[in-house]
Ligand binder design. Structure first.
Ligand SMILES: Cc1cc2nc3c(=O)[nH]c(=O)nc-3n(C[C@H](O)[C@H](O)[C@H](O)COP(=O)(O)OP(=O)(O)OC[C@H]3O[C@@H](n4cnc5c(N)ncnc54)[C@H](O)[C@@H]3O)c2cc1C
Ligand code: SF4
Length: 489
């Protein structure tokens, strides 16, 4: 700890964002960089407190507290404070395969458990991480480093999201021959086709994939395992297999009127938009367009926020967002103490843009959707009602409708962002892998499934989660595979 009193003297400075009314006219990332001295000052705020929950990654009350990949945060904060950026990037690479992704999109559970945040504002860990990663690329410190020795063993990784990529990266470094199979036309999973460009520029994903290719990983796109190549063929051709196929089955909303035109799953909207930006450019027509429409996004999470930001950029006439749960408090509730993940109200980028355009946060909390209303087979409105936590006739406290609160809001484009229920079961079944009670692939601590030599990682094991957890999962599976391939025969 270079400056023991900086956490008192230096105020937190979060990464600035470009003004909302400027950035809605393009698809570029929302965050410019902080100046170098500013970041060094921010790094100095780390107390090297001796109880660094920031890098523990434990689950408390079901939520991540601290960094799930155990980034060595106090160490690189100090190196940044001293201006030793290259050493910081080496430290960061020890635990994180893709800091240029997490530095941009991670919700930063590390900051929620930072000790400075106990009685003040936490260290800006995520911004520092992004800057270390970006600098390492810009300065040319990241170059292909293929393994010196190959083991002669081969691994097939199915799915190229962050879990598959992290597994592939680790296994390739260990000297195994890795082939990644991806059914989409581009590598990256939700990094490519889920998270919009304004949060993660697709060139950042392609740059990392290029590096992995130069280091010896083989990528095969537009190959659906289970259709274009069977599970048996893969098992016969590779020494081990990693399933990293994500949790892609979206939760639907089967209320009356769901069959009307103009009601879409969020991923269809987001994927279509990213595809047209990559293939046709910003002037091409998106397959599902919000241009001139009254858009209602159902679901108040991150995917919903991405729909809000994307609909605004496409030229929506209005955007509303419906959330079933109550609005969170502005500060931690008594039952949500440090170092738990703080469940507090936040204005994310999409809502900030809607507020700048129309004067208010577009989210309406404690709201349920009763039915969709339409004309000529197309949605025109939604009947909604208020809900509240209340005891029912059985005495159980649950979300219940508030009588006489029904109203109809206009909508000619509805986007369902209600989360994901789990992985598609077809492929795990083709490999004969057991599923757990929630329909996720069952895997042990080494991420081996019920089938020897078949491993699984990421959202297909955990259910819908975060990029940082997917990286952790991929690293765990790689360790399991490496141990499996190194076992005595
Ligand atoms: C819209 C959206 C925004 C998000 N924003 C954030 C965010 O800001 N921050 C964050 O931390 N997390 C975010 N997440 C969550 C995060 O993206 C996921 O948790 C993470 O990508 C999961 O990684 P994964 O590798 O397990 O799966 P995925 O990224 O889903 O990748 C799975 C891949 O497997 C491929 N696949 C599936 N079946 C087959 C098959 N049979 N053959 C070949 N390939 C196959 C799929 O095409 C896909 O490319 C977001 C999610 C969504 C949907
Ligand atoms: S990966 Fe996420 S949790 Fe870990 S240090 Fe970076 S921002 Fe924090």
């Amino acid at each position: 700890m270079g400056n023991p009193t900086a956490f008192i003297q230096v105020q937190r400075r979060a990464t600035p964002t470009r003004p909302p009314l400027e950035r809605i006219h393009d698809w570029s990332e929302t965050h410019p960089h902080l100046a170098e001295q500013e970041l060094r000052d921010q790094g100095s705020r780390c107390m090297d407190c001796g109880i660094p929950y920031c890098h523990t990654g434990v689950l408390i009350s079901g939520m991540a507290s601290g960094c799930p990949i155990n980034n060595l945060i106090p160490e690189w904060n100090d190196l940044v404070y001293r201006g030793q950026w290259r050493e910081a990037s080496v430290r960061l690479a020890r635990t994180n395969n893709f800091p240029e992704f997490t530095g941009r999109v991670c919700p930063a559970p590390c900051e929620g458990s930072c000790t400075v945040g106990l009685d003040g504002d936490p260290v800006t860990i995520k911004s520092i991480e992004q800057e270390i990663a970006d600098r390492a690329w810009d300065e040319g410190w990241i170059t292909p480093r293929p393994p010196a020795v190959r083991t002669g063993r081969s691994v097939a990784v199915i799915g190229s999201g962050p879990a598959g990529l992290a597994a592939a990266d680790q296994l390739n470094r260990a000297g195994h021959a890795v082939t990644v199979f991806e059914r989409a036309g581009r590598i990256g999973g939700l990094l490519m086709y889920g998270i919009p460009n304004m949060k993660l520029d697709k060139g950042v994903v392609d740059r990392r994939v290029g590096l992995m290719e130069a280091e010896g990983v083989t990528f095969r796109t537009a190959v659906t395992v289970g259709a274009d190549i069977t599970a048996d063929e893969l098992l016969a051709s590779f020494d081990a297999v990693v399933l990293a196929t994500g949790a892609t089955v979206a939760r639907d909303l089967p209320v009356p009127g769901r069959e009307l035109g103009g009601i879409h799953l969020a991923m269809s909207f987001l994927r279509g938009n990213t595809r047209r930006l990559l293939d046709g450019g910003a002037d091409a027509e998106p397959p599902i367009s919000a241009d001139g429409r009254d858009v209602v996004v159902i679901g108040g999470g991150d995917t919903g926020t991405d729909c809000v930001g994307t609909a605004i950029r496409q030229g929506a006439r209005s955007v509303r967002q419906l959330e079933l749960l109550a609005r969170p408090p502005l500060t931690r509730a008594a039952d949500n103490p440090w170092p738990e993940w703080p469940k507090v109200y936040k204005l994310d980028y999409g809502q900030e843009e809607a507020q700048a355009l129309w004067g208010e946060d577009p989210r309406r909390y404690s709201t349920t959707t009763r039915r969709f209303i339409g004309r000529n087979e197309h949605v025109t409105g939604i009947e909604i009602a208020d809900v509240t936590m209340a005891p029912g006739a059985d005495g159980k406290v649950a979300l219940r409708d508030v009588p006489a609160t029904n109203q109809v809001i206009p909508a000619d484009l509805v986007l369902l962002a209600l989360g994901f229920v789990g992985p598609e079961p077809v492929l795990p079944r083709a490999f004969d892998c057991e599923l757990d009670a929630r329909g996720n692939v069952r895997a042990g601590a080494d991420r081996m499934t019920s089938v020897p030599g078949v491993f699984a990682a990421g959202d297909c094991v955990r259910g819908q989660s975060l990029v940082v957890w997917a990286i952790r999962e991929g690293r765990m599976a790689a360790e399991g595979v490496d141990r499996y391939l190194s076992r005595p025969y």
